[in-house]
Design a protein around this ligand. Structure first.
Ligand code: DC
Length: 227
């Protein structure tokens, strides 16, 4: 059997990573691994445990209580927190804040690393996150750093939340996004930054289809002799 192909997609919140990764995985027959969902699940656990955002380190001794699993039904990824499907519940603004907070803690990152690397060892994966090309899969055959302007990312996220029926204000979404960008790029543990060998793609002016085509071209070029 050939070595699994690993595609790492990193970038800031709302750049379209998960939409792209999901579509690419479907079309290429790869497993989609949404690492943000793992941080969100730990964030949800912390919130349910009554841990405040200002005392988030209190989650560290509780990590052994947490089991996270990805399962696929009809090609759709579901994430399970201690056996419970939390795929929907983790998609709120408050859990975005909790996810960002727990992701600053090195023991949390360490805890998820083995799960993430194990999946990439066993399957062709498209894995998206913040540190996939730099820390989790430094040997990934393909690394793409996907960006878009903050205004465009906030607009997309706002639209997505409205469609889910959540009551949100654009300004609040924009401010939250800037705060998360700042937190994700300035933290000491695995900050958001492009890997030296990542291809950078700015999707601000592209439609979803155009971005997808460009990403497929990059993957095709980097895996020419393998796929
Ligand atoms: O991609 P997302 O919005 O679901 O990610 C939620 C939070 O988790 C985000 O604030 C950054 C963090 N994260 C991370 O630090 N490293 C990853 N590989 C993925 C997400």
């Amino acid at each position: 059997m050939r070595t699994p192909i690993n595609v790492a997609i990193d970038g800031p919140s709302g750049a379209g990573k998960s939409t792209m990764a999901r579509l690419l995985a479907q079309q290429l027959g790869f497993v989609y691994v949404d690492t943000g969902a793992m941080y969100r699940s730990i964030g949800l656990y912390a919130k349910r445990a009554g841990i405040g955002l200002e005392e988030i380190e209190a989650i560290v001794p509780r990590l052994p209580e947490i089991t996270i699993q990805l399962r696929y039904t009809d090609g759709v990824q579901h994430i399970f927190l201690n056996g419970e499907d939390v795929s929907e519940e983790i998609r709120t603004e408050i859990i975005s804040r909790y996810a960002s907070a727990v992701s600053t803690l090195a023991p949390v990152r360490e805890y998820l690393l083995e799960l993430q690397r194990g999946l990439a060892r066993d399957h062709d994966v498209i894995m998206d996150g913040r540190d996939i090309g730099t820390v989790v899969l430094p040997n990934a055959q393909v690394k793409i750093f996907l960006t878009a302007s903050a205004e465009e990312r906030a607009r997309r996220r706002y639209q997505e939340l409205l469609e889910k029926g959540q009551a949100v204000e654009y300004d609040q979404v924009y401010q939250d996004l800037l705060a998360r960008d700042e937190k994700d790029t300035s933290r000491a543990a695995a900050p958001l930054k492009p890997a030296a060998d990542a291809v950078q793609l700015n999707s601000t002016a592209y439609t979803l289809e155009e971005t997808l085509e460009r990403m497929k071209t990059i993957i095709g070029e980097k895996t020419q002799n393998v796929l």
